[in-house]
Design a protein around this ligand. Sequence first.
Ligand code: GDP
Ligand code: MN
Length: 382
Amino acid sequence: MDLFEYQGKQLFARYGIPVSAGEPVDTVDQAVAAAERVGYPVVVKAQVQVGGRGKAGGIKLASNEDETRTHAGNILGMDIKGHVVHRVWIEHASDIAEEYYASFTLDRSAKKHLGMLSAQGGVEIEQVAEENPDAISRIHVDPVEGLTEAACREWVLGAHLDANVTDGAVEVLMKLYDAYDKGDCDLVEINPLIVTPDGRVHALDAKVTLDDNARFRHPEWDELQGLEKLDVREREAAEKGLQYVGLDGSVGVIANGAGLAMATCDIVHEVGGRPANFLDIGGGASAQVMADALEVINNDPNVKSIFINIFGGITKGEEVANGIVQALTQVEIASPIVIRLDGTNAEQGREILKSHESERLVSRPTMVEAARSAVELAGSAK
Ligand code: GDP
Ligand code: MN
């Protein structure tokens, strides 16, 4: 899950990383009130999960109420690279002497964490990497051993920062590693990591991706409202714990396992149709999961037919079939359904489905036949 800048800064603050005082707000009046509390001058910052907000006009300095009103008014509702701004972060403005770059992420090929630090911050790191790769100081951190202060210091010295801030940078980067490691992040990035004219090292921006696999040990993540960027269908599915990606075709797809869901989307394309979504219901295919999946797809007005593609493994065919039948008693489905059921006890499963078959509930023995039927039904529904 990607965090908004203000959420990233709230996480940083918990680990003692210096960030500016600020408040997230959703209206111009709230922005003015927040600026009053935070103290002028302030920076009005668009909260969207995309880089380059500054260049796009989504970050403005305000030194009084009038300017806060103008900038908050302009930025709220602004479209930045396809992301509409619903929230701005008002923070006390900082004076900047230097702009650096710092991040930690996982280097899968090295099986270690990778820290990157550069004295050339403020610009996109990809640009630095391309034009001046030596300007990036790297460190690989063994996840078991962790980051020692000595190793961190060497890393900092390799980045040729202002010599006066070595201690301050080491302190902040040790905390950043802590936030990354203990906070279960996949990525933490500060760009720019600034030095103020009086020599303090301070995070001016925050980009954080949380590791979704660690969600079970972070009940506090539920409050992060990371879902507000999702489309309605994706949010509804996420609330039900389903892996769902909205697409723009007309065949609703339900499959068990991401691999099968991808193959299902491919075969829908192959026979001339377009999937309306990608929905992986995971290994089990219980009645409740199936009902939830059907409900999510049913709410998508673009869906004209539904293709349920299940390969029974540990979950047996008759359980899947019973799940589907039971789900259909729970949810009233607007579109015709085509089922392809295979794998363990497929025969028994198909037998159960047989007594429920109609024009609106069709069972097909193979994926390609089922895909054809689903695409035909979607076409004739127009
Ligand atoms: P991004 O464009 O999405 O990466 O947003 P940032 O938060 O990194 O801000 C972009 C740029 O705005 C920074 O590199 C700074 O130059 C400038 N900026 C942001 N906050 C402040 C501030 O408090 N004071 C000053 N002087 N400049 C700021
Ligand atoms: Mn930035």
